[in-house]
Design a protein around this ligand. Structure first.
Ligand SMILES: N[C@@H](CCC(=O)N[C@@H](CS)C(=O)NCC(=O)O)C(=O)O
Length: 218
């Protein structure tokens, strides 16, 4: 089986799948595209025009990070989803929640004005506070073992730490359980290797290009 992941280097949803592939030690190739100039071949294979897409055996194309991760999980051991259907469904619920939190985080990152920044910041932290209440005492989301929920949140946590270093985010500092969970995930080799070297600088440059308020008031 050949696996080609179509990527944009800064995309957190792609990163969810890269972490899963690296965790499972599955061979894959990564093809980067420029989302500002989507190539025609990409638009032809990506029904939603979004990354990630996973091309399997040069033939079938999967899209949506969660679908890709579940396919990888079902086809390569060890399983990262709980065996119990109810617990598995609970994990899926929190992964979907994390997808929305990533969208809020993105809005906060690219906000140029105070009003938009405040709205995105409020939405993001309302979600993170709920997540804090749902998370276990660690070290992972569900306790002792790494799951697809961990793969789904590591990209969000990585960006939180980068943003917090650029401009202190006191509400992030107050979320003790999440920060301990984040610190544990960010030390994992598959998480560290899921981005290119110099990633914090790449995020900073992206924010600068977007005229982000986060940099202006730093
Ligand atoms: N729900 C999707 C979200 C993917 C997504 O929003 N990807 C962004 C990049 S981070 C994208 O491709 N945006 C291009 C566009 O919307 O035109 C997933 O989980 O895969």
């Amino acid at each position: 089986m050949t696996l080609e992941l179509i990527s944009f280097p800064l995309c957190p949803y792609v990163q969810r799948s890269v972490i899963t592939l690296l965790h499972k030690e599955v061979l894959f190739t990564l093809t980067h595209i420029d989302l500002a100039h989507k190539p025609d071949w990409f638009l032809q294979i990506s029904p939603m025009g979004k990354v990630p897409c996973l091309r399997v055996d040069d033939d079938v194309v999967l899209f949506e990070s969660q679908v890709i991760n579940e396919y990888l999980d079902e086809t390569t051991p060890p399983p990262l989803h709980p065996a119990d259907p109810l617990e598995r469904a609970r994990h899926r619920s929190w992964i979907a929640f994390g997808g929305d939190a990533l969208a809020d985080q993105f809005q906060m990152m690219v906000a140029q004005g105070e009003e938009r920044f405040t709205a995105a910041h409020r939405q993001l932290f309302e979600k993170l506070e709920r997540l804090e209440a749902a998370a276990s005492d660690g070290p992972f989301f569900a306790g002792d073992s790494f799951s697809l929920v961990d793969a789904a949140y590591a990209p969000l946590f990585m960006r939180m730490e980068i943003l917090h270093n650029l401009r202190p985010l006191p509400r992030w500092e107050s979320l003790g359980k999440l920060r301990r969970w984040a610190a544990h995930l960010l030390e994992l080799p598959e998480v560290a290797a899921s981005v290119q070297p110099g990633f914090p600088e790449q995020i900073r440059n992206y924010l600068s290009e977007k005229g982000s308020l986060l940099l202006r008031s730093a």
